[in-house]
Design a protein around this ligand. Structure first.
Ligand SMILES: Cc1cc2nc3c(=O)[nH]c(=O)nc-3n(C[C@H](O)[C@H](O)[C@H](O)COP(=O)(O)O)c2cc1C
Length: 374
């Protein structure tokens, strides 16, 4: 999928999805550190029927994974965020809606089944309040507060390509698009694209200007009081996204969050931060069994999902795995990515002698997963 996405998308967009912060060390570690764990196969248990359903975000879902909020999906494929929402709905899981979605959150929520609204708190609290009101009116009860982005670090590929830094497309961007005619033809049929979720706020015209201005508006002054404020104004569930430290995870819980999302933003924020999978066991330990723990960053295979669940996650989110599918083949690509992962998780469970995700979650950890000693 990743290679097919690379072939179809302009370099500017492929690099935006594929790239990470600075040296991309954390991004690579996210995927690589799954190799530090080993799963235990068990034999002679009936695994003819595998049940992948499990509970998270207040409901039982048909899959143990959901779609992480990813900005600009509607640039990868026409109405791409709506397409992803539709696939999530058909697959029986949750769609994460990014603040930076191309379609307004209302439209994505309309196409999805259950969706979760991701929030970047901006300096202008009136915008934050309006997004909360809109999410509530759209029937959304799960809010994801992303907190690992007080600033956006250097992402060398984006800097090289002029992504987000520019407010007008230049000749090389046009050339980049022309060199990817399938993508261009698809997008041209749908007319000009805006940062549709935020276009109603006074942030200028066109996607480049709107995104650059909202990006600068993300509030770097956030403190725990702001989580208290959010808890006071939002009556649904709150998940704090971008938690790696056990003390922070405990504080999220104590400040009223329903759950934390163990994530380093797919290696797009602090380079040389630990991989998300290496932090998951201690975070689960820190918050105890009653606080939900969701996980993302580096998940590409069924074994990654199973390892994260074995290490204490209630469910796992897909960022790039979904975006590559969309960039490669549009809606069909996302559906294919879901199918592949579903099959992969089912066969992993079967080989471990487990017939369901719930059975996996009920196992004593030491019985099913072990860290290899260096
Ligand atoms: C292209 C791209 C855009 C993203 N946009 C957002 C966003 O708008 N809000 C957010 O909270 N996280 C965003 N993320 C982070 C994802 O929600 C998720 O944490 C990350 O992709 C997980 O890592 P993975 O891509 O290795 O699965 C983005 C990630 C990517 C790759």
């Amino acid at each position: 999928m990743r290679l097919a996405a690379q072939g179809r998308l302009p370099r500017l967009l492929f690099d935006y999805v594929d790239g990470g912060a600075h040296s991309e060390t954390t991004m690579r570690a996210n995927a690589g550190d799954f190799a530090q764990w080993r799963l235990m196969p068990r034999i002679l248990r009936n695994v003819q029927h595998i049940d992948l359903s499990t509970r998270f975000m207040g409901a039982r879902h048909r899959l143990p994974f959901w779609f992480a909020p990813v900005g600009y999906l509607g640039l990868l494929s026409p109405r791409g965020d709506i397409a992803a929402g539709r696939v999530a709905c058909e697959a029986g899981t949750v769609m994460g809606i990014s603040t930076f979605s191309i379609a307004p959150l209302e439209e994505i929520a309309g196409a999805a089944g259950q969706s979760a609204c991701q929030l970047y708190m901006v300096r202008d609290r009136a915008i934050t309040r309006d997004i909360l009101d809109r999410a509530k009116s759209a029937g959304i009860s799960d809010l994801i507060l992303t907190v690992d982005t007080p600033v956006t670090p250097l992402r060398p590929r984006d800097a090289r390509n002029g992504f987000r830094a520019v407010t007008r497309f230049g000749a090389r961007h046009v050339l980049d698009m022309v060199r990817h005619p399938r993508w261009l033809a698809d997008m041209a049929r749908n007319g000009p694209v805006e940062a549709g979720n935020i276009a109603r706020y006074d942030l200028g015209k066109g996607i480049l200007e709107q995104s650059a201005r909202l990006g600068r508006e993300i509030d770097p002054r956030l403190v725990w009081d702001d989580l208290d404020w959010l808890r006071g104004v939002w009556s649904g569930r709150i998940y704090v996204k971008g938690v790696l430290h056990p003390g922070d995870a405990r504080a999220c819980r104590d400040h009223g969050a329903d759950g934390v999302i163990v994530s380093n933003h797919g290696g797009r924020q602090l380079d040389f931060a630990p991989s998300a999978i290496s932090c998951l066991p201690v975070v689960r330990e820190a918050v105890g069994p009653d606080c939900e723990v969701l996980f993302d960053s580096g998940v590409r295979r069924g074994t990654d999902v199973v390892m994260a669940l074995a290490l204490g996650a209630d469910a796992v989110a897909l960022g790039r795995a979904c975006a590559y599918g969309l960039g490669a083949f549009g809606e069909a690509g996302v559906a294919r990515a879901v199918d592949l992962l579903r099959e992969d998780i089912a066969s992993t469970l079967a080989l471990m002698g487990l017939a369901s995700i719930d059975e996996l979650k009920a196992q004593p950890r030491d019985e099913i997963i072990a860290r290899i000693t260096p």
